[in-house]
Design a binder for this molecule. Structure first.
Ligand SMILES: N[C@@H](CCC(=O)N[C@@H](CS)C(=O)NCC(=O)O)C(=O)O
Length: 231
């Protein structure tokens, strides 16, 4: 039996499930995935909602202990599967670790217009999207500026060695890259290199339903992508 169960969602598009899935793989943890049909509101079923506390995915079961919130899950995994026996998720130096937490918190709370205009469903399903709105364009510029400030001159991970923030920042940048929105060379090279990492590929290439069910827009609260008019 696996040590952990990761509660995920059926479309494999959640950036937060992505973070926890990558973290478990990088730790080489033995884990199963249980898909929760957010598209049918199954996360509001008391059988899921009560033990997860918040009713969101991801949540993690570890021997009967249930934990949600992807950043809390990363911190928990770092403690129960500590380095050096298991790969580090956060940088070893105090100030680098603080900076990594800053970026991870920022990615979870800011850039709302960009997250609406280039929701993760547009990364994994094909839409003919309209150009970014003014606010989303400003978010994109801020994201690129922040990444440009943090990515080392010669490329490579932000803190010398790979950490989870590299996967999360690359995921955010791929909202633009996968939709053909411009990202300048050094930042794009960084994001593409991080996107090629096996733990990241596994999530990106995971099997998905062929189409997005209509119920997704009802239950997820995600606005339907603004597509170009035909003709
Ligand atoms: N801050 C949370 C966000 C989790 C979250 O928003 N998950 C979404 C899927 S991407 C969800 O469960 N939505 C269903 C709902 O809120 O009803 C984390 O980092 O884990």
């Amino acid at each position: 039996m696996a040590d952990f169960t990761l509660y995920a969602e059926t479309l494999w598009i959640s950036p937060y499930v992505f973070s926890s899935h990558v973290a478990l793989r990088e730790k080489k943890a033995a884990f199963d995935v249980a898909e929760v049909a957010l598209i049918d509101g199954a996360n509001r079923d008391p059988g899921y909602e009560t033990p997860s506390v918040t009713g969101r995915v991801p949540s993690l079961d570890h021997g009967g202990f249930r934990l949600a919130e992807s950043s809390a899950i990363a911190e928990y995994l770092e403690e129960v599967l500590p380095p050096p026996a298991h790969r580090r998720l956060l940088p070893p130096a105090t100030r680098d670790r603080a900076r990594a937490r800053q970026v991870m918190a920022w990615l979870r709370t800011d850039l709302a217009a960009l997250r609406d205009d280039r929701s993760t469903v547009t990364m994994f399903y094909r839409f003919e999207l309209q150009p970014l709105s003014g606010p989303a364009q400003r978010d994109a510029e801020r994201l690129v500026r922040v990444a440009g400030q943090l990515v080392p001159e010669g490329g490579g991970p932000l803190f010398g060695e790979w950490t989870l923030v590299d996967a999360e920042l690359a995921f955010m940048l791929h909202r633009l890259i996968l939709n053909g929105d411009p990202v300048p060379g050094r930042v794009a090279d960084y994001a593409r290199a991080q996107w090629a990492r096996p733990s990241v590929r596994e999530f990106a290439e995971h099997a998905r339903p062929g189409t997005v069910p209509a119920s997704y827009w009802v239950h997820s609260g995600t606005p339907e992508p603004k597509v170009k008019r035909a003709g």
